[in-house]
Design a protein around this ligand. Structure first.
Ligand SMILES: Nc1ncnc2c1ncn2[C@@H]1O[C@H](COP(=O)(O)OP(=O)(O)OP(=O)(O)O)[C@@H](O)[C@H]1O
Length: 348
């Protein structure tokens, strides 16, 4: 793993000997765009080598801006960022040579075959000529595109294009890969195949930095997560830790009637004595109540709703998901259709 720099406070904090350099080390990162938008405001984070790290946040939170700083496409306004041991400001070339970047839009050439796309990427990244054929075969095999190696990418489904794109991001065997919303718009089957692939490259030791709008994806794949909101990190931990932080269980109640019924039910749940610590949200079907005592007093709430002449058509008690974590932390629900995050009122 490359490492350089003598005057580096971050490295000396690690003593420079006992701990290997982290894949990503960030102290006090700020990025202000030319128009004055403060997109990232004082971010600190460390991603150890080999980790599968998830970076979550509502739209406009600063995720892509942060990735672009890590990938040296934007220069930080202030703060220190080291990627694979290199300073993004003073050693951008070394950073670029040691990272893979799968951007939101695929960069595959539709006119070229799968094999030609990967071969072209090998040339662009300076893979030695004698190694190219083997590298192309290995990567097409890794992403299960061997059977269609000679087909033009324009014939591929969205999922196949994404897998091909991921292969091209890996031709130079980078120890760290950035995946910016890699599965957006894919059907569940295609998404699952990509997940297998990401797990495989992480299993080979590659550090992965993933942004996604699918919280289930983060839950399934990531060792650790950070949530960014308004340019600041507002929560960090493993998926299990974050879920525990929400606390308790979630009671989902389905109601007959429109928004007025949901609003009345939410008011009743908020006023319910047993749920003084509850987070109550209105959902598409009814309401959700997250509380320590959701299981114990859930039926009492159902009775209270019935007494208020609201018609309950279904209910369910479950453990919190990352969606609940996200809602509790940011006050916004992630819209899995990829539209703007829906703002939902949260009372705590
Ligand atoms: N080139 C730019 N000039 C000025 N402001 C920008 C620019 N690019 C992004 N922004 C703003 O910076 C903030 C952070 O944007 P960014 O794209 O990093 O967020 P994001 O979390 O990646 O959102 P999304 O999920 O929508 O991609 C937003 O307020 C956005 O409007």
């Amino acid at each position: 793993m490359p490492s350089s720099g003598s005057d580096d406070a971050i490295e000396s904090r690690h003593d420079g000997r006992t701990s290997p350099p982290a894949a990503i080390e960030v102290e006090g990162l700020e990025l202000v765009y030319a128009d004055g938008t403060a997109a990232v405001q004082g971010v600190d984070m460390t991603v150890p080598e080999g980790e599968f790290f998830g970076f979550l946040g509502p739209n406009g939170a600063g995720k892509t801006t942060t990735i672009k700083v890590f990938a040296t496409l934007l220069s930080p306004t202030s703060g220190r960022v080291r990627v694979n041991g290199f300073d993004v400001r003073t050693e951008p070339q070394s950073v670029r040579e040691t990272i893979g970047y799968m951007a939101q839009e695929t960069s595959v050439d539709p006119e070229l075959t799968a094999e030609e796309n990967v071969r072209f990427a090998c040339e662009a990244y300076g893979v030695p000529r004698g190694e190219r054929s083997e590298r192309v075969d290995e990567l097409l095999d890794l992403v299960d595109l061997v059977d269609v190696a000679d087909k033009r990418a324009e014939e591929f489904s969205g999922g196949m294009k994404k897998r091909l794109d991921a292969a091209t991001a890996l031709v130079h065997r980078p120890p760290l890969v950035f995946l910016d919303e890699p599965t957006t718009g894919l059907d569940p089957k295609a998404r699952n195949r990509l997940w297998d692939y990401f797990r495989r490259i992480n299993g080979r030791g590659t550090t992965i930095f993933l942004t996604t709008q699918y919280l289930e994806e983060a839950d399934q794949l990531c060792d650790r997560l950070a949530v960014i909101s308004g340019g600041e990190i507002v929560a960090e931990g493993s998926p299990a830790e974050l879920k525990r932080r929400v606390g308790g269980e979630v009671l989902d109640v389905e109601l007959e009637g429109g928004p007025a019924s949901r609003e009345r039910a939410a008011t009743i749940a908020r006023a319910f004595d047993a749920f003084s610590d509850a987070a109550v949200t209105e959902t598409d079907e009814g309401i959700s109540v997250t509380a320590e005592s959701a299981r114990q007093y859930g039926t009492d709430l159902l009775v209270a709703l019935r007494d208020a002449e609201l018609i309950v058509t279904g209910f369910n008690i479950r453990a919190p998901t990352l969606d609940d974590v996200f809602l509790a932390i940011t006050g916004e629900a992630v819209d899995s259709d990829g539209n703007d995050a829906a703002r939902t009122e949260v009372s705590r």
